[in-house]
Design a protein around this ligand. Structure first.
Ligand code: WTA
Length: 654
């Protein structure tokens, strides 16, 4: 896999035809960008009108990045309801238009077309069910569902009554689920009997049962029927969604929320400790999600838009549910995987539903690229207009394949760089405004001021052809507001290393033309198949096993996943390495965190390279994992330099 930096950067300017139809062309981008930086209050004051307010705002922005008093407020004196913006305001003009196309895992099962009117009714019923279970404004609801329409109903129902949702990806284990239920002290957990994916079924309800053993007795469980699979049932704790929905009222009045009331919590991995609950609020988030959805994808009225992410990740929040529905779009929700029943599934779904905008992750493209072009070529993809990628850097081979084979050279590719914390896209080329370079996120979105800092001094590096850590000056409406229950951790993680900036955790290069290239994380966060993971999480899972004395985990380049998980494990004195133990540890980590954290390589390490003060030198472990022994750097500060030779000798040959 070549990295973007190694490839000579070919430039693809936007075609005149695309620029002419786009919401934003080069000239307009220049004007709007300048306006957004020169007078953010006027700019965002105007953009705020994209959504309907119950009480209009008079204040636009009130932000401080000062350590000790970090506070981020947008539209603070306005009130609104997100579900009313995604549903009610469309009823007069597009009640009969499809809001959600649902494509099930099994292609033989019929797809569903859910109109805005139907989505409104379903959401209201779900909201009334939650109210009847005792959920009130400000309460937390954890959602652990497959990619089924009920996931969207549940999100919108929470938003409707002012409850704060926290979605847990259905691939997470019972332990991870329990930690998230307890982390936000949830009142209700919404789950389903089973989650079909790629022809297999994940037993969500029994995972939920296992998780709830570690939660307060008062947590109630609302269960959606998906497969009719057998589940155990605890009367008084478990509630039958399908039965209750038959009785529930079709209307529930939307709650009037302050712009800065929390909309959702989403746990994400950081460089230290356990995942943190990223908090997004109501007004600014919705404005930013709606605006980026429209402009980045150049979405037009009547388009069919498909984002293949899961609602368990931020991409699903902003770009399957909130952004598209706020814009009155038809958004496709896919339950399955790209390779089931075969490698043409994505493209068959595009053909079947005449998809216009398609948004996916590089890891999926790399996996499909390896299966050959015939899977794409047998499908009619003539409706595709904009292609997008997200989650990790895209290598030029995958970019070229996406552009040539999937897009037929006609479709601009928006390489969107952003994070759970940012709520929406921060950098991306815009279809009608910018040239594209394979692997580059190109240009900042409106209001975004990226800066490249010297990692040591923290000083801004001006000019082009420079590299450093990526920070953002000033705020934007979609920015996270705090870490749930731990504002201090919020300040420390994002605002303490480089004073006066939001620190992204990513490295970046600004090339000779002033275009941006994300070079990857500069902290101990790795990106496995587009899933973000803290190496510390995998380490703490490993050391929780009785055989493990110590563990150090690093990422290493992986052809399909982007990065793989490489674990160095020191065993307890009385334990011997064996293939069985490797298998056992893999299963152990899958149980502790979930299948997405499954170690790719486990190398036995009699010792780990540590400084005299006991700090593990991860730089060295990364190089060994990369098979790059020539540039280990200075090892003389190690307490015992000989451990390095041992690790090199025994580097797992996988
Ligand atoms: C990485 C996903 C390169 C980056 C929306 C970031 C990317 C982390 C890109 C956030 C991209 C995301 N090019 N790298 N287009 N998009 N990343 O929170 O390292 O799951 O910090 O949000 O993914 O991952 P998260």
């Amino acid at each position: 896999m070549t990295t973007a930096a190694q490839a000579d950067a070919k430039v693809y300017p936007p075609s005149a035809e695309i620029s002419a139809r786009a919401h934003v062309d080069a000239k307009k981008y220049g004007e709007m960008y300048t306006a957004s930086i020169n007078d953010p209050v006027a700019f965002w004051g105007e953009q705020g009108k994209r959504v309907d307010w119950i009480k209009p705002y008079t204040q636009v922005k009130d932000v401080s990045y000062d350590l000790g008093s970090v506070g981020i407020n947008w539209y603070a004196d306005g009130t609104l309801n997100v579900s009313a913006n995604c549903l009610d305001r469309h009823l007069n003009t597009r009640g009969d238009q499809t809001a959600i196309i649902w494509e099930p895992d099994d292609p033989n099962e019929p797809a569903q077309h859910i109109t805005y009117a139907e989505l409104h009714r379903r959401t209201c019923r779900m909201a009334n069910i939650l109210v009847s279970m005792g959920v009130r404004k400000g309460d937390r609801v954890v959602i652990y569902l497959p990619m089924i329409p009920e996931a969207a109903y549940a999100m919108l129902a929470c938003a409707r009554i002012g409850a704060i949702h926290s979605i847990v990806f259905a691939g997470f284990s019972p332990d991870a689920l329990a930690a998230r239920v307890n982390g936000c002290d949830a009142k209700v957990l919404i789950t389903a009997d089973e989650a079909p994916r790629g022809g297999r079924k994940t037993p969500l309800k029994s995972n939920a049962d296992a998780a709830l053993l570690h939660c307060k007795d008062t947590v109630k469980c609302l269960v959606v029927k998906r497969t009719n699979g057998q589940t155990t049932w605890i009367d008084g704790r478990d509630y039958d969604y399908n039965e209750m929905a038959l009785e529930a009222d079709d209307y529930c009045a939307p709650a009037e929320m302050d712009a800065e009331d929390p909309l959702f919590i989403l746990y994400t991995s950081g460089s230290t400790g356990q995942p943190k609950g990223v908090v997004h609020t109501t007004g600014g988030y919705l404005v930013y999600a709606a605006m980026t959805h429209e402009i980045t994808f150049d979405y037009h009225e009547g388009d069919v838009y498909w984002c293949t992410a899961d609602v368990g990740w931020v991409t699903g929040h902003s770009y399957i549910v909130y952004g598209p529905l706020a814009n009155g779009a038809t958004t496709l929700m896919f339950e399955g995987v790209p390779t089931y029943p075969d490698a043409s599934r994505f493209w068959q779904v595009c053909e079947k539903h005449k998809v216009n905008q398609f948004y996916t992750a590089p890891t999926a493209l790399r996996a499909l690229m390896g299966q050959g072009n015939e899977w794409v070529e047998k499908c009619d993809l003539s409706d595709l207009r904009t292609l997008g990628t997200v989650g990790e850097p895209i290598n030029p081979e995958a970019w070229n394949w996406y552009n040539d084979v999937v897009g037929g050279g006609r479709c601009p590719i928006v390489d969107t760089w952003w994070q759970t914390e940012t709520g929406g896209h921060l950098m991306t080329p815009l279809p009608g405004a910018h040239a594209m370079k394979p692997g580059s996120a190109m240009k900042p979105f409106f209001g975004i001021q990226p800066v490249v800092l010297d990692p040591q001094s923290g000083v801004e590096i001006d000019g082009n052809g420079v590299e450093g850590v990526l920070c953002i000056k000033d705020s934007w409406p979609g920015q996270m507001r705090t870490v749930w229950g731990d504002h201090e951790r919020f300040e420390k993680t994002y605002f303490s290393d480089y004073k006066g900036y939001y620190f992204t955790g990513d490295g970046c290069r600004r090339d000779e033309d002033g275009d941006y290239w994300i070079t990857g994380r500069v902290d101990d966060v790795i990106n496995v198949s587009g899933h973000r993971m803290g190496t510390a999480e995998v380490e703490s899972a490993l050391v929780a096993h009785a055989a493990v004395a110590e563990a150090a985990v690093v990422g290493y380049p992986h052809d399909i996943k982007g990065q793989g998980i490489y674990c160095y494990v020191t065993l307890m004195n009385d334990r011997e390495p064996s293939d069985e133990l490797v298998k056992e540890l893999r299963t152990w980590v899958r149980t502790e965190i979930g299948p997405i954290a499954s170690p790719d390589v486990i190398q036995w390490a009699p010792g780990l390279p540590k400084t005299r003060s006991g700090k593990i030198m991860r730089r060295i472990l990364r190089k060994i994992a990369e098979n790059d022994f020539g540039s280990l750097g200075d090892t003389s500060t190690l307490a015992d330099p000989s451990v390095v030779d041992n690790l090199i000798e025994n580097r797992a040959s996988k």
